[in-house]
Design a protein around this ligand. Sequence first.
Ligand SMILES: Cc1ncc(COP(=O)(O)O)c(C=O)c1O
Length: 293
Amino acid sequence: MSTPTFDDFDGWIWLDGASVPWREAKVHILTHALHYATSVFEGQRAYNGTIFELEAHTARLFKSAEIMGMEIEQSADEINQACYDNLHKNGFKDAYQRPIAWRGSEKMGITVAGTKVHVAVASWEWPSYFSPQAKLKGLRLCMSDYRRPDPKTAPILAKTAANYPISCLSKDIAEKSGYDDALLLDWEGYIGEATGANIFFIKGNEVHTPSLKCVLDGITRRTVIGLARGKAMTVIERNIRPEEMADFDQAFLTGTAAEVTPLAEVAGYSFVVGEEIKDLMQSYDDLVRSKPL
Ligand SMILES: Cc1ncc(COP(=O)(O)O)c(C=O)c1O
């Protein structure tokens, strides 16, 4: 039997204020966002019935919309409620959720005036972004030829579809070359991030991660920085040159989908899956599951 495609699940999608059957949650071919990438979105996870850091995700959705000049009609509270309503309507306790806002098919052309900002929330069961074996051994990343652009060149600080072609292309090349993922440098040649996750390095008691000049302000990144500081590790956010990877012992990715995932290799540099990473993975796991129902 063939695996169902993403437009062919049972379940419900919250769309512009109403719950609609999954297969009926459609947009028209002349949707502005499909042509011009005028959409913003979030990726969040529910654990044991609680959406981890929901308010932070919704705040970032609104921030992304502001950068993209999009006005979301609903309030943050209404979006939060929609996220829970959709989780419950689908009967999930553990799920990945995708709130998305986009310019619709009311007008076509570069001008955005006259388009409506639509909002939807979809939820599905998505256990682990990377395979459990890859997570145990550590992932292998190649170096992408694409770079994260200067915020003056693209709306790179927003979580918008407009930024994802470089991720999709890099991921595709990585997978076709036998890697799990790719690392993108920033426009100045410093380490940026992976295609859908932030990157960290460990040396002794120090944790180093690129500053936020053109990488996504990851909510898992923030959480893991807090966890590492709670373990009396020193966290340093700065420009990191690729050659510095030779000096680090351990490396890992963070993301809502990826959670905390160790790295074994990045662009020819090798890393061990050490005790510090295992400890952070465990603490993250405990934290996301610790919230009351
Ligand atoms: C490009 C990129 N960087 C980083 C992240 C990690 O962000 P978060 O931890 O908020 O999921 C994501 C995932 O959303 C991403 O797509």
